[in-house]
Design a protein around this ligand. Structure first.
Ligand SMILES: [Zn+2]
Ligand SMILES: [Zn+2]
Length: 403
Protein backbone atom coordinates (compact mmCIF):
# COMPACT_ATOMS: atom_id res chain seq x y z
CA UNK A 1 0.00 0.00 0.00
CA UNK A 2 2.87 2.40 0.82
CA UNK A 3 4.38 1.66 -2.57
CA UNK A 4 1.03 2.49 -4.20
CA UNK A 5 0.77 5.75 -2.29
CA UNK A 6 4.23 6.86 -3.42
CA UNK A 7 3.38 6.18 -7.07
CA UNK A 8 0.04 8.02 -6.78
CA UNK A 9 1.76 11.03 -5.28
CA UNK A 10 4.36 11.02 -8.04
CA UNK A 11 1.43 11.40 -10.49
CA UNK A 12 0.15 14.43 -8.57
CA UNK A 13 -2.69 12.72 -6.70
CA UNK A 14 -3.74 14.06 -3.30
CA UNK A 15 -5.33 11.92 -0.60
CA UNK A 16 -8.98 12.32 0.34
CA UNK A 17 -10.44 10.82 3.51
CA UNK A 18 -13.87 9.28 3.21
CA UNK A 19 -16.43 8.15 5.81
CA UNK A 20 -17.07 4.44 6.30
CA UNK A 21 -20.81 5.05 6.48
CA UNK A 22 -22.84 6.66 3.67
CA UNK A 23 -26.51 6.93 2.77
CA UNK A 24 -27.54 3.71 1.05
CA UNK A 25 -29.08 5.57 -1.88
CA UNK A 26 -25.64 6.95 -2.83
CA UNK A 27 -24.69 3.46 -4.00
CA UNK A 28 -28.00 2.49 -5.58
CA UNK A 29 -27.87 5.73 -7.59
CA UNK A 30 -24.24 5.28 -8.67
CA UNK A 31 -23.12 1.65 -8.60
CA UNK A 32 -26.65 0.69 -9.72
CA UNK A 33 -29.68 -0.83 -8.02
CA UNK A 34 -29.36 -3.98 -10.13
CA UNK A 35 -25.63 -4.50 -9.55
CA UNK A 36 -24.51 -7.45 -7.41
CA UNK A 37 -22.85 -5.03 -5.02
CA UNK A 38 -26.08 -3.21 -4.15
CA UNK A 39 -28.49 -6.10 -4.61
CA UNK A 40 -26.59 -8.81 -2.75
CA UNK A 41 -23.41 -7.60 -1.10
CA UNK A 42 -23.94 -4.22 0.52
CA UNK A 43 -24.33 -4.00 4.30
CA UNK A 44 -27.32 -1.66 4.43
CA UNK A 45 -29.50 -0.99 7.44
CA UNK A 46 -31.93 1.50 8.83
CA UNK A 47 -30.69 4.33 11.02
CA UNK A 48 -32.79 5.48 14.02
CA UNK A 49 -34.62 8.07 11.92
CA UNK A 50 -35.50 5.57 9.20
CA UNK A 51 -32.74 6.63 6.77
CA UNK A 52 -31.11 3.71 5.01
CA UNK A 53 -27.36 3.78 5.58
CA UNK A 54 -24.64 1.51 4.24
CA UNK A 55 -21.08 0.52 5.04
CA UNK A 56 -19.25 1.65 1.93
CA UNK A 57 -18.83 -1.22 -0.56
CA UNK A 58 -16.53 0.84 -2.82
CA UNK A 59 -14.91 4.26 -2.97
CA UNK A 60 -15.77 6.01 -6.24
CA UNK A 61 -19.30 7.09 -5.27
CA UNK A 62 -18.02 8.54 -1.99
CA UNK A 63 -15.22 10.46 -3.70
CA UNK A 64 -17.66 11.96 -6.20
CA UNK A 65 -20.15 12.83 -3.44
CA UNK A 66 -17.41 14.52 -1.38
CA UNK A 67 -16.10 16.29 -4.49
CA UNK A 68 -19.54 17.77 -5.17
CA UNK A 69 -20.48 18.58 -1.55
CA UNK A 70 -17.07 20.10 -0.81
CA UNK A 71 -17.55 22.59 -3.64
CA UNK A 72 -14.48 21.20 -5.38
CA UNK A 73 -16.19 21.06 -8.78
CA UNK A 74 -15.55 24.79 -9.02
CA UNK A 75 -12.33 25.03 -7.01
CA UNK A 76 -10.74 22.02 -8.73
CA UNK A 77 -12.49 21.34 -12.05
CA UNK A 78 -9.64 18.94 -12.79
CA UNK A 79 -8.78 16.87 -9.73
CA UNK A 80 -6.66 13.82 -8.99
CA UNK A 81 -7.77 12.22 -5.72
CA UNK A 82 -6.89 8.93 -4.06
CA UNK A 83 -8.10 7.04 -1.01
CA UNK A 84 -7.18 3.97 0.99
CA UNK A 85 -9.07 2.05 3.65
CA UNK A 86 -11.57 -0.68 4.42
CA UNK A 87 -14.58 -1.53 2.25
CA UNK A 88 -17.36 -3.95 3.14
CA UNK A 89 -19.17 -6.54 1.05
CA UNK A 90 -21.30 -9.44 2.22
CA UNK A 91 -19.76 -12.18 0.11
CA UNK A 92 -18.87 -15.78 0.82
CA UNK A 93 -15.46 -15.38 2.48
CA UNK A 94 -12.67 -17.25 0.68
CA UNK A 95 -8.96 -16.91 0.10
CA UNK A 96 -8.23 -13.32 -0.83
CA UNK A 97 -11.88 -12.32 -0.50
CA UNK A 98 -12.98 -10.94 2.85
CA UNK A 99 -16.11 -9.17 4.03
CA UNK A 100 -13.93 -6.34 5.25
CA UNK A 101 -11.15 -5.72 2.79
CA UNK A 102 -8.79 -2.89 1.97
CA UNK A 103 -8.76 -0.85 -1.18
CA UNK A 104 -6.41 1.71 -2.62
CA UNK A 105 -8.15 3.68 -5.33
CA UNK A 106 -7.91 6.85 -7.36
CA UNK A 107 -10.21 9.14 -9.32
CA UNK A 108 -9.16 11.52 -12.09
CA UNK A 109 -12.02 14.00 -12.40
CA UNK A 110 -12.79 16.65 -15.00
CA UNK A 111 -11.08 15.23 -18.08
CA UNK A 112 -12.87 13.34 -20.86
CA UNK A 113 -10.01 13.05 -23.36
CA UNK A 114 -8.31 9.71 -24.19
CA UNK A 115 -5.01 10.83 -22.69
CA UNK A 116 -6.65 10.89 -19.26
CA UNK A 117 -7.59 7.21 -19.68
CA UNK A 118 -4.09 6.40 -20.91
CA UNK A 119 -2.43 8.22 -18.01
CA UNK A 120 -4.70 6.36 -15.59
CA UNK A 121 -3.76 2.98 -17.04
CA UNK A 122 -0.05 3.92 -16.98
CA UNK A 123 -0.55 4.71 -13.30
CA UNK A 124 -2.19 1.31 -12.78
CA UNK A 125 0.76 -0.42 -14.44
CA UNK A 126 3.24 1.54 -12.31
CA UNK A 127 1.39 0.66 -9.10
CA UNK A 128 1.49 -3.00 -10.12
CA UNK A 129 5.21 -2.78 -10.62
CA UNK A 130 5.79 -0.99 -7.32
CA UNK A 131 3.64 -3.53 -5.48
CA UNK A 132 5.55 -6.49 -6.91
CA UNK A 133 2.89 -7.62 -9.40
CA UNK A 134 4.57 -6.43 -12.59
CA UNK A 135 3.47 -9.66 -14.32
CA UNK A 136 -0.21 -8.77 -13.88
CA UNK A 137 -2.31 -8.59 -17.04
CA UNK A 138 -4.41 -5.53 -17.85
CA UNK A 139 -7.59 -6.35 -19.78
CA UNK A 140 -9.29 -3.47 -21.58
CA UNK A 141 -12.64 -2.96 -23.26
CA UNK A 142 -14.96 -0.14 -24.27
CA UNK A 143 -18.50 -0.15 -22.90
CA UNK A 144 -19.75 2.61 -25.21
CA UNK A 145 -21.79 5.55 -24.00
CA UNK A 146 -25.33 6.91 -23.82
CA UNK A 147 -25.25 7.29 -27.59
CA UNK A 148 -24.41 3.75 -28.62
CA UNK A 149 -25.00 1.50 -25.61
CA UNK A 150 -28.83 1.49 -25.50
CA UNK A 151 -29.11 -0.02 -29.01
CA UNK A 152 -26.43 -2.57 -28.17
CA UNK A 153 -28.16 -3.46 -24.90
CA UNK A 154 -31.33 -4.11 -26.80
CA UNK A 155 -29.51 -6.28 -29.36
CA UNK A 156 -27.85 -8.30 -26.58
CA UNK A 157 -31.09 -8.63 -24.67
CA UNK A 158 -32.86 -9.92 -27.83
CA UNK A 159 -30.00 -12.38 -28.38
CA UNK A 160 -30.39 -13.63 -24.81
CA UNK A 161 -34.20 -13.95 -25.05
CA UNK A 162 -33.76 -16.35 -27.97
CA UNK A 163 -31.64 -18.57 -25.73
CA UNK A 164 -33.43 -18.03 -22.46
CA UNK A 165 -33.76 -21.75 -21.75
CA UNK A 166 -29.97 -22.15 -21.55
CA UNK A 167 -29.49 -19.25 -19.13
CA UNK A 168 -29.11 -19.49 -15.35
CA UNK A 169 -31.74 -17.94 -13.06
CA UNK A 170 -29.57 -14.86 -12.43
CA UNK A 171 -29.10 -14.27 -16.14
CA UNK A 172 -32.83 -14.64 -16.83
CA UNK A 173 -33.36 -11.71 -14.48
CA UNK A 174 -30.41 -9.82 -15.96
CA UNK A 175 -31.91 -10.08 -19.47
CA UNK A 176 -34.12 -7.03 -19.03
CA UNK A 177 -32.43 -5.23 -16.17
CA UNK A 178 -28.72 -5.52 -16.89
CA UNK A 179 -28.10 -7.64 -20.00
CA UNK A 180 -24.38 -6.77 -20.21
CA UNK A 181 -23.84 -9.00 -17.20
CA UNK A 182 -24.74 -12.04 -19.37
CA UNK A 183 -21.25 -11.77 -20.80
CA UNK A 184 -19.35 -12.24 -17.57
CA UNK A 185 -21.60 -14.91 -16.00
CA UNK A 186 -19.41 -17.73 -14.69
CA UNK A 187 -22.05 -20.45 -15.20
CA UNK A 188 -20.90 -22.77 -17.99
CA UNK A 189 -24.22 -23.03 -19.81
CA UNK A 190 -24.41 -19.23 -19.92
CA UNK A 191 -20.88 -18.91 -21.27
CA UNK A 192 -21.78 -21.42 -23.98
CA UNK A 193 -25.09 -19.76 -24.83
CA UNK A 194 -23.45 -16.34 -25.19
CA UNK A 195 -20.34 -17.49 -27.09
CA UNK A 196 -21.60 -15.81 -30.30
CA UNK A 197 -23.31 -12.90 -28.58
CA UNK A 198 -22.91 -9.43 -30.10
CA UNK A 199 -20.09 -7.49 -28.44
CA UNK A 200 -20.14 -3.80 -27.50
CA UNK A 201 -16.77 -3.27 -29.14
CA UNK A 202 -18.38 -3.99 -32.55
CA UNK A 203 -21.28 -1.60 -31.88
CA UNK A 204 -19.42 1.52 -30.78
CA UNK A 205 -20.44 4.86 -32.29
CA UNK A 206 -17.78 6.80 -34.20
CA UNK A 207 -16.72 8.98 -31.25
CA UNK A 208 -16.50 6.04 -28.80
CA UNK A 209 -14.52 4.11 -31.39
CA UNK A 210 -11.99 6.87 -31.99
CA UNK A 211 -11.70 7.48 -28.22
CA UNK A 212 -10.95 3.79 -27.67
CA UNK A 213 -8.46 3.58 -30.52
CA UNK A 214 -6.62 6.67 -29.26
CA UNK A 215 -6.36 5.19 -25.74
CA UNK A 216 -4.79 2.05 -27.22
CA UNK A 217 -2.37 4.11 -29.33
CA UNK A 218 -1.25 6.18 -26.36
CA UNK A 219 -0.72 3.09 -24.21
CA UNK A 220 1.31 1.45 -26.96
CA UNK A 221 3.46 4.59 -27.20
CA UNK A 222 3.99 4.51 -23.44
CA UNK A 223 5.00 0.85 -23.58
CA UNK A 224 2.10 -0.29 -21.39
CA UNK A 225 0.81 -3.69 -22.46
CA UNK A 226 -2.95 -4.23 -22.41
CA UNK A 227 -5.14 -7.01 -23.77
CA UNK A 228 -8.48 -6.44 -25.44
CA UNK A 229 -11.22 -8.42 -23.74
CA UNK A 230 -14.62 -7.78 -25.34
CA UNK A 231 -16.46 -9.85 -22.69
CA UNK A 232 -15.19 -7.80 -19.77
CA UNK A 233 -18.11 -5.55 -18.78
CA UNK A 234 -17.49 -4.78 -15.06
CA UNK A 235 -20.46 -5.13 -12.75
CA UNK A 236 -21.10 -1.45 -12.12
CA UNK A 237 -23.65 0.71 -13.90
CA UNK A 238 -21.66 3.91 -13.96
CA UNK A 239 -18.90 2.90 -16.36
CA UNK A 240 -18.85 4.20 -19.93
CA UNK A 241 -16.27 3.88 -22.67
CA UNK A 242 -12.97 2.62 -21.22
CA UNK A 243 -13.16 -0.23 -18.71
CA UNK A 244 -10.23 -2.30 -17.47
CA UNK A 245 -9.39 -5.07 -15.08
CA UNK A 246 -6.07 -6.14 -13.60
CA UNK A 247 -5.57 -9.88 -13.33
CA UNK A 248 -2.80 -11.16 -11.06
CA UNK A 249 -1.00 -14.20 -12.40
CA UNK A 250 -0.72 -15.82 -8.99
CA UNK A 251 -4.47 -16.07 -8.45
CA UNK A 252 -7.12 -18.00 -10.36
CA UNK A 253 -7.91 -16.76 -13.85
CA UNK A 254 -11.21 -15.26 -12.68
CA UNK A 255 -9.61 -13.22 -9.98
CA UNK A 256 -9.07 -9.57 -10.65
CA UNK A 257 -6.81 -7.77 -8.20
CA UNK A 258 -8.22 -4.44 -9.34
CA UNK A 259 -10.28 -2.69 -11.95
CA UNK A 260 -11.64 0.59 -13.10
CA UNK A 261 -12.89 2.67 -15.93
CA UNK A 262 -14.45 5.86 -17.17
CA UNK A 263 -17.67 7.19 -15.62
CA UNK A 264 -18.55 10.43 -17.40
CA UNK A 265 -22.18 10.64 -16.27
CA UNK A 266 -21.60 9.98 -12.60
CA UNK A 267 -20.83 13.48 -11.29
CA UNK A 268 -24.02 14.81 -12.91
CA UNK A 269 -26.06 11.79 -11.75
CA UNK A 270 -25.08 12.55 -8.15
CA UNK A 271 -26.18 16.19 -8.42
CA UNK A 272 -22.99 17.87 -9.65
CA UNK A 273 -22.13 19.58 -12.94
CA UNK A 274 -21.47 17.62 -16.12
CA UNK A 275 -17.88 16.58 -15.37
CA UNK A 276 -16.11 13.49 -16.66
CA UNK A 277 -14.11 11.03 -14.58
CA UNK A 278 -11.94 7.97 -14.80
CA UNK A 279 -10.56 5.88 -11.95
CA UNK A 280 -9.68 2.51 -10.49
CA UNK A 281 -9.28 0.57 -7.27
CA UNK A 282 -7.06 -2.28 -6.16
CA UNK A 283 -7.92 -4.86 -3.53
CA UNK A 284 -4.86 -4.62 -1.31
CA UNK A 285 -5.07 -8.14 0.19
CA UNK A 286 -5.47 -9.67 -3.27
CA UNK A 287 -2.65 -7.58 -4.66
CA UNK A 288 -0.37 -8.76 -1.84
CA UNK A 289 -1.31 -12.38 -2.53
CA UNK A 290 -0.45 -11.91 -6.19
CA UNK A 291 2.88 -10.22 -5.43
CA UNK A 292 5.69 -12.30 -6.85
CA UNK A 293 8.65 -9.95 -6.93
CA UNK A 294 10.24 -6.94 -5.24
CA UNK A 295 7.09 -5.97 -3.38
CA UNK A 296 7.54 -8.73 -0.87
CA UNK A 297 11.20 -8.14 -0.27
CA UNK A 298 10.57 -4.55 0.74
CA UNK A 299 8.89 -5.83 3.89
CA UNK A 300 11.96 -7.70 5.12
CA UNK A 301 14.41 -5.76 7.28
CA UNK A 302 17.49 -4.25 5.68
CA UNK A 303 19.43 -4.78 8.87
CA UNK A 304 19.48 -7.15 11.76
CA UNK A 305 21.32 -6.17 14.94
CA UNK A 306 22.71 -9.11 16.89
CA UNK A 307 23.71 -8.33 20.50
CA UNK A 308 25.78 -11.28 21.69
CA UNK A 309 25.07 -10.81 25.43
CA UNK A 310 23.16 -8.70 27.93
CA UNK A 311 25.94 -6.06 28.02
CA UNK A 312 25.44 -5.53 24.30
CA UNK A 313 21.65 -5.22 24.67
CA UNK A 314 21.81 -1.55 25.60
CA UNK A 315 23.97 -0.23 22.74
CA UNK A 316 21.98 -2.52 20.39
CA UNK A 317 18.70 -0.94 21.43
CA UNK A 318 20.14 2.58 21.06
CA UNK A 319 21.70 1.84 17.67
CA UNK A 320 18.52 0.20 16.33
CA UNK A 321 16.49 3.25 17.25
CA UNK A 322 18.99 5.66 15.68
CA UNK A 323 19.04 3.71 12.42
CA UNK A 324 15.23 3.42 12.27
CA UNK A 325 14.88 7.16 12.75
CA UNK A 326 17.01 7.58 9.63
CA UNK A 327 14.52 5.44 7.72
CA UNK A 328 16.20 2.04 7.90
CA UNK A 329 14.21 -1.13 8.61
CA UNK A 330 15.91 -2.82 11.53
CA UNK A 331 15.11 -6.04 13.36
CA UNK A 332 16.70 -6.49 16.76
CA UNK A 333 17.83 -9.94 17.92
CA UNK A 334 17.64 -11.33 21.43
CA UNK A 335 20.79 -11.05 23.63
CA UNK A 336 19.73 -14.36 25.22
CA UNK A 337 20.31 -16.29 21.98
CA UNK A 338 23.62 -17.52 20.63
CA UNK A 339 25.13 -15.58 17.72
CA UNK A 340 24.61 -18.58 15.43
CA UNK A 341 20.91 -18.69 16.21
CA UNK A 342 20.66 -14.94 15.64
CA UNK A 343 22.41 -15.25 12.28
CA UNK A 344 19.88 -17.88 11.27
CA UNK A 345 17.05 -15.63 12.36
CA UNK A 346 18.51 -12.71 10.38
CA UNK A 347 18.71 -14.91 7.31
CA UNK A 348 15.12 -16.05 7.72
CA UNK A 349 13.98 -12.45 8.13
CA UNK A 350 15.66 -11.63 4.81
CA UNK A 351 18.04 -9.05 6.31
CA UNK A 352 20.72 -7.77 3.96
CA UNK A 353 23.18 -6.80 6.72
CA UNK A 354 23.80 -8.07 10.22
CA UNK A 355 25.44 -5.74 12.73
CA UNK A 356 27.20 -7.82 15.37
CA UNK A 357 27.69 -6.29 18.80
CA UNK A 358 30.01 -8.46 20.90
CA UNK A 359 32.51 -7.95 23.68
CA UNK A 360 35.42 -7.17 21.30
CA UNK A 361 33.38 -4.71 19.30
CA UNK A 362 32.07 -2.94 22.42
CA UNK A 363 35.54 -2.70 23.99
CA UNK A 364 36.75 -0.94 20.84
CA UNK A 365 33.55 1.15 20.58
CA UNK A 366 32.96 -0.34 17.15
CA UNK A 367 30.64 -2.79 15.45
CA UNK A 368 31.11 -5.46 12.78
CA UNK A 369 28.88 -5.59 9.73
CA UNK A 370 28.27 -8.79 7.85
CA UNK A 371 26.89 -8.73 4.34
CA UNK A 372 24.44 -11.62 4.02
CA UNK A 373 24.33 -11.49 0.22
CA UNK A 374 28.05 -11.29 -0.52
CA UNK A 375 28.72 -13.78 2.27
CA UNK A 376 30.14 -13.50 5.76
CA UNK A 377 33.82 -13.19 4.84
CA UNK A 378 33.43 -9.55 4.12
CA UNK A 379 33.08 -7.34 7.19
CA UNK A 380 33.38 -3.65 7.85
CA UNK A 381 33.78 -1.59 10.98
CA UNK A 382 32.25 1.63 12.19
CA UNK A 383 32.26 3.44 15.53
CA UNK A 384 29.07 3.18 17.58
CA UNK A 385 29.00 6.92 18.23
CA UNK A 386 29.30 7.85 14.56
CA UNK A 387 26.38 9.78 13.04
CA UNK A 388 23.60 7.35 12.06
CA UNK A 389 23.78 8.60 8.45
CA UNK A 390 27.48 7.79 8.36
CA UNK A 391 26.87 4.32 9.79
CA UNK A 392 24.23 3.62 7.13
CA UNK A 393 26.63 4.83 4.45
CA UNK A 394 29.41 2.56 5.76
CA UNK A 395 27.01 -0.38 5.75
CA UNK A 396 25.98 0.43 2.19
CA UNK A 397 29.64 0.41 1.10
CA UNK A 398 29.99 -3.12 2.45
CA UNK A 399 27.36 -4.18 -0.06
CA UNK A 400 28.95 -2.30 -2.97
CA UNK A 401 32.45 -3.64 -2.42
CA UNK A 402 31.09 -7.19 -2.72
CA UNK A 403 32.68 -10.49 -1.78
ZN1 LIG B 1 -25.76 -16.93 -16.06
ZN1 LIG C 1 -20.73 5.83 -28.25
Amino acid sequence: MEAGRAVLESYGYGEIELPLLEKGELFSRSVGATSDIVEKEMYAFEDRDGTMVALRPEGTASVVRAYIEGGLTRAMPVARLYYTGPMFRRERPQKGRYRQFTQIGAEFLGRDDPSADAETICLVADICEAAGVSDARIDINSLGDEGCRPAYREALSAFGRERIESLCEDCKKRLERNPLRLLDCKVESCAKATADAPMMIDHLCASCRSHHERVLELLAAAGVKVESNPRMVRGLDYYCRTAFEIIGSGLGSQDAIGGGGRYDGLVAALGGPDLAGVGFAFGVERMEMAATDAGEQTRSPEMFIAPVDEVAAEPALVLARRLRRCGSRVELGSPLRRLRAQMKQADKAGARYVIILGADELAAGRATVRDMVNNSDHTALFALDDEADKIIETIGRVGESGA
